[in-house]
Design a protein around this ligand. Structure first.
Ligand SMILES: [Zn+2]
Ligand SMILES: [Zn+2]
Length: 100
């Protein structure tokens, strides 16, 4: 396990997506994983590995994070994550360019 650095937690909140095989995927925040919750691996409050709170994105390489593409643990799945990216929500764009 890595040491916990608050700056890496902050950075992880901005880079909310992964680029996998040239497609963009939204990362899965802590508390929304389907596979780990049932195993009682996680105390529901903070991530046992990287220390983020519920609803926040895990830091990179956290072993509790679920892969948004295949649904397996992101550290050990076979997806090739090319890049950590920032995904801007489409709704924000709509509001910004409201023309009549
Ligand atoms: Zn974590
Ligand atoms: Zn995967």
């Amino acid at each position: 396990m890595d040491r916990k650095h608050p700056s890496s937690i902050i950075e992880a909140q901005f880079l909310n997506g992964y680029k996998i095989e040239s497609k963009e995927f939204n990362r899965i925040p802590f508390g929304e994983e389907e596979i780990f919750i049932s195993g009682a691996l996680i105390p529901k409050d903070t991530c046992g590995d990287c220390g983020v709170k519920e609803g926040m994105y895990h830091t990179f390489r956290c072993d509790q994070e679920q892969c948004p593409k295949c649904g397996w643990q992101v550290l050990t799945c076979e997806c090739d994550i090319e890049e950590n990216i920032e995904i801007v929500e489409a709704t924000d764009l709509k509001e910004a360019s409201s023309e009549t």
